[in-house]
Design a protein around this ligand. Structure first.
Ligand code: GZL
Length: 346
């Protein structure tokens, strides 16, 4: 971990460093501005990881939070990938608050980083700050979740998962599992409202089941991707509904909480209630092997190397693909080699 003074010295971009060498007075002014921006409410937590030499790429990354094992794995992978790539990383954790992400992006602009990347907590409300980044000539890479904007020139591209496909895969497992069954009551515990995974995991799932009268989604409530809220949601759903056949949960953390509630109610997860979850955390695979979960739809957080590769292209003025998607699979009770799976890494 760098000291704050080291941090400031290391975060002036290489462009700034060249001009600063010729104008020492300017160095003091820039340093003062950087101090002011750093101290003026960059709430959230920040760290600067200095990897390469003075000329290496300086990447400003705004991470949305620490809400799940998936997110912690994503953060760890980004730091490790930056080390592998020799990228200087200025990393801000917004603790699931969009306003903290906007402040972080503004601080990256003030520091004149070479590239900005961020995982947007929600899809809307980014145009103003991304317009400021565009005016500053700093390319932006959207990672993990997507944004809604009418002006696609505000960012260079997206890297992450296809959440619609994840929802489809969840429903395809259910069709296989319930082949020949009677009517099926489904409850859904969804992710952060207005986030891409919440919207698309819901729509993908419904796109497969709509028109099939055997399946009814009797209630859907948001657990905000949090374990504690997943437990609360499942308690409420069990209290309100006598017959729940299936739980579709948008992430493993909420599923872990929901399983606690199901067992508290004297029911057997994976048997009395079929459980379909998304992410693929190590803990979820363990519960799948135990029989407490029936299907785990993979959503990989391990996209750090691709982020660094795309950031380097942007810093070099090279074009990148508009969308780069992870390749993902589904694990379920129908697999016979689950014990042989390699460690998940998150
Ligand atoms: C998906 C990611 C989601 C995970 C959750 O790419 O945005 O956010 O599914 C995480 O576990 O909280």
């Amino acid at each position: 971990m760098l000291s704050k003074s080291d941090t400031l010295r290391n975060i002036i971009s290489k462009r700034g460093r060249e001009s600063l060498k010729r104008r020492p007075y300017l160095q003091l002014i820039i340093l003062g501005i950087a101090c002011a921006v750093l101290l003026a409410g960059c709430t959230g937590t920040q760290d600067v990881q200095s990897q390469g030499n003075e000329t290496s790429l300086l990447l400003g990354f705004s991470q949305l939070g620490s809400e799940s094992g998936w997110r912690l794995g994503n953060t760890r992978d980004i730091h490790e990938a930056a080390q592998r790539a020799g990228v200087q990383l200025m990393f801000e954790n917004a603790e699931q608050k969009q306003e903290n992400q906007i402040k972080a992006i503004r601080s990256f602009i003030a520091y004149q980083v070479d590239v900005i990347a961020f995982a947007p907590n929600v899809e809307d409300g980014w145009d103003n700050v991304l317009t400021e980044a565009k005016a500053a000539g700093i390319p932006v890479l959207v990672t993990d979740r997507q944004i809604n904007t009418a002006d696609e020139s505000l960012y260079a591209g997206f890297v992450g998962s296809d959440f619609e496909a994840e929802g489809i895969r969840a429903a395809e497992f259910l069709l296989e599992k319930m082949n020949g069954a009677g009517h099926v009551n489904i409850v859904e515990i969804s992710g952060t409202i207005d986030s891409t995974p919440m919207r698309q995991r819901a729509s993908g799932f419904r796109s497969v089941l709509e028109g099939d009268g055997r399946f009814t989604i009797i209630e859907s409530i948001s657990g905000d991707f949090l374990r504690s809220k997943g437990k609360e949601c499942m308690r409420e759903l069990l209290a309100r509904h006598d017959t729940i056949d299936v739980l579709y949960s948008h992430n493993d953390e909420m599923t872990f909480g929901a399983i606690e509630a199901i067992e508290e109610a004297g029911l057997v997860p994976g048997k009395d209630i079929v459980i379909i979850t998304v992410d693929g955390e190590q803990e979820a695979i363990g519960l799948l092997i135990e029989g407490k979960i029936n299907c785990v739809v993979e959503c990989t957080p391990l996209i750090g190397d691709v982020i660094m590769e795309l950031a380097k292209k942007l810093a070099a003025g090279e074009p990148i693909p508009w969308e780069t998607y992870s390749v993902e699979v589904t694990f379920s009770e129908f697999d016979d080699d689950l014990d042989a799976l390699p460690p998940r890494g998150y």
